[in-house]
Design a protein around this ligand. Structure first.
Ligand code: FPP
Ligand code: MG
Length: 334
């Protein structure tokens, strides 16, 4: 069963809200490529994992704050979607989820603008709905809400720095485990952690619960990104909707590569790779890493984060929404 069914969230009505963010923008002509492109991105679907995490976090607070929770979920999904538009340009990925990426269906310049627009419009939309009020006319943004928006703005800064670190260390085979973990935390885990925490805060959960949800989300996010890094070596193109080995081809040093660098037979072959390596040399190394013990070691490492999250679930034992956290964990660690 899908995660949204398991935790009882209606994604169709959430998607309607996503569409409303752009359809309500009076500055956007109906014939605009920006409008149709954002609609296409929304219609392409996706697991909507991050907004589901926002809703899940809110279940640890009070009921009756639905509009503020949905607004947070929409904002975070927009930041995520926009970051993928930019990520696919940076990674030169022509496919995502089996479909051509935005810069392929438009062009790189257009896609950069659309990604920027999505971030700006989502913030404008959220700020224009103080307290989650759909009319957004009467109330001012409360101090709490201003604090939450500032936290999310800081999150975008960290996302950008995580991606910058990755770019800066392309083909840097001296990357340390510590640097890899910090980059992974910034580019993926923090967003997931913030989704749970912001959902809890929007529903006025107590600060301790929101903080524990943040830590739970951080561990899940680390497990999620390491699994994503693994898929790049283990799954055929058809299964991941993009060419296998793309990370290493782009010079991104992920956990399987770090472990493979400890293998005396493999290390020299990896270290000789660079941006201008022949495709055959690259393919050969990717296949060797995929067949090496580095895969199992990375799986074990991802499992250790998921296990840490599993242990944390005990902290929520007295709460009815604990079973939703179990469902989320099950999604990450079937
Ligand atoms: C996917 O990583 C990308 C991210 C997790 C973050 C991308 C962030 C930016 C490009 C910074 C800019 C942010 C905003 C909000 C504009 P991946 O390439 O490892 O995963 P993939 O396999 O899904 O491509
Ligand atoms: Mg990518």
């Amino acid at each position: 069963m899908n995660l949204h069914n398991r935790i009882g969230v209606d994604l169709a009505s959430f998607d309607r809200l996503l569409r409303e963010v752009v359809s309500s923008d009076r500055d956007l002509p109906p014939s605009s490529v920006v409008l149709s492109s954002v609609m296409d991105l929304i219609n392409a679907g996706g697991k909507r994992l991050r907004p589901l995490m926002v809703v899940l976090g809110s279940r640890f607070g009070e009921s009756g704050h639905e509009p503020a929770v949905m607004k947070t979920a929409v904002l975070l999904e927009y930041l995520h979607m926009a970051s993928l538009v930019h990520d696919d340009i940076i990674d030169q990925s022509d496919m995502r989820r089996g479909r051509p990426t935005l810069h392929e269906t438009t062009d790189v310049q257009t896609a950069v603008h659309i990604g920027n627009y999505m971030i700006a419009r989502a913030i404008e939309w959220a700020a224009g709905h103080p307290g989650g009020d759909p009319d957004g006319s009467s109330e001012d943004v409360s101090e709490d809400e201003a604090y939450r928006l500032a936290e999310l703005a800081a999150l975008v800064t960290e996302l950008c720095m995580g991606e910058y670190d990755q770019l800066h260390h392309r083909f840097d085979f001296g990357l340390t485990m510590e640097q890899y973990l910090e980059k992974t935390r910034c580019k993926t885990a923090l967003l997931m952690a913030h989704c749970l925490k912001a959902g809890a805060e929007a529903a006025h959960a107590d600060a301790g619960t929101a903080e524990r949800l943040f830590q739970f989300g951080e561990s899940l996010g680390m497990a999620f990104q390491i699994q994503d890094d693994l898929l790049d070596f283990t799954k055929p193109k058809e299964a991941i909707g993009k060419p296998a080995g793309a990370d290493l081809r782009n010079g991104n040093i992920t956990l399987p590569v770090l472990y493979a660098l400890n293998d005396p037979a493999l290390a020299p072959k990896i270290r000789q790779l660079g941006p201008h390596s022949a495709a055959a040399d690259m393919d050969d190394v990717i296949q060797r890493i995929a067949a090496s013990g580095a895969i199992e070691q990375s799986e074990e490492f991802a499992r250790s984060y998921a296990e840490h999250a599993r242990r944390m679930i005990g902290d929520f034992a007295d709460h009815p929404a604990q079973r939703d956290l179990q469902a989320l964990l099950h999604y990450f660690l079937p």
